[in-house]
Ligand binder design. Structure first.
Ligand code: F6P
Length: 319
């Protein structure tokens, strides 16, 4: 088992579940440090039940994480296979996002070690699961910050642009927009134009003295700071103060919420039980509250569209 790519809160709950389910089912369980890099270097340790004591409530990942360049090469994967063979490893649980699953798919196709993935990323951008491990915590962390910014925005009648993470996906953005009562949300999926932002803000001024605009990263019209400057330029003759806050990596840390602890635990168990039942080259996800296995090929290529009613909801609630 290993964690790879950006860490997410709840990964430790998942690790704990993989270890304990494996031991419960009579398996030997190994933890690979630093994702694919550790597989190549052979930094692999045998896990006992106590190895995962007191971690369910902790953010980050006790196995550490990395984005491996070496694993993208044939030589790297060959070395990794040799290291796994030395220990007689017969199955892998890959905890991470689409980059992790892309690597796992190639590795499975080359060497045939049965592999099941668990979706661990704050972005919630993986097809085959309603939610990914860490998304709920990231949204709650961002909301806490947004609530605080709203207090000061309201006190000074300011317009705040707040940038949230999500890579190319607007899931964090839209849920923060609805939950944080934002006046506007800009997500990659809707391709909002700067002119439309200006128009909305000018319209809103009749009823509101301050505004929160959630800007998801990954927009093709720039980051929150650039967008703010362009919007500000359209207000130049009027006295309005504009500010920008980029929430950044605080969204990745912190204690996982109850939802993420449960999701990580469910998926960890599903991965091990899936492997034992013959599942492979696929990810364990939870859809409509049921565990489902989706081929890696679909997880990494199929779109996971934003819920269209969320976009409508946000628009209606922001008048
Ligand atoms: O995929 C998780 C994520 O936090 C994205 O939201 C963000 O774009 C990226 O990782 C940041 O990566 P890094 O921590 O390598 O800067």
């Amino acid at each position: 088992m290993f964690t790879s790519g950006g860490d997410s809160p709840g990964m430790n709950a998942c690790i704990r579940s993989v270890v304990r389910t494996g031991l419960y089912r009579g398996l030997d369980v190994y933890g690979i440090m630093y994702g694919y890099d550790g597989m190549i270097e052979g930094t692999i340790k045998k896990m006992a039940s106590h190895s995962v004591s007191n971690i369910i409530q902790r953010g980050g990942t006790i196995l550490k994480s990395a984005r491996s360049e070496a694993f993208m090469t044939k030589e790297g994967r060959q070395k990794a296979y040799a290291e796994l063979t030395k220990l007689g490893i017969e199955g892998l649980v890959a905890i991470g996002g689409d980059g992790t699953f892309t690597g796992a798919k190639v590795f499975f196709e080359e060497y045939g070690i049965p592999t099941v993935g668990c979706p661990g990323t704050i972005d919630n951008d993986i097809y085959g699961t309603d939610y990914t491990i860490g998304f709920d915590t990231a949204v709650n962390t961002a909301l806490e910050a947004i609530d605080k910014i709203r207090d000061t925005a309201a006190a000074h009648d300011r317009i705040f642009f707040i940038e949230v993470m999500g890579r190319d996906s607007g899931y964090i953005g839209i849920e923060c927009g609805i939950g944080g009562g934002a006046e506007l949300v800009m997500v990659p999926e809707t391709r909002t134009k700067i002119e439309d932002v200006v128009k909305s803000l000018k319209g809103l001024r009749k009823t509101k003295t301050s505004s929160i605009i959630i800007v998801a990263e990954g927009l093709d019209c720039g980051d929150a700071a650039q967008i703010m400057e362009r919007v500000k330029a359209s207000f130049k003759d009027e006295e309005k103060e504009f500010k920008v806050t980029t929430l950044g990596h605080i969204q990745r840390g912190g204690n996982p919420t109850a939802k993420d602890r449960l999701l990580g635990s469910r998926m960890g168990m599903a991965a091990v039980e899936g492997l034992l039942a013959g599942e492979s080259n696929c990810m364990a996800g939870v859809m409509n509250d049921h565990v489902v296995y989706t081929p890696f090929a679909d997880c990494i290529t199929k779109e996971k569209p934003l819920k269209s009613d969320y976009l409508r909801l946000q628009e209606i609630l922001s008048i």
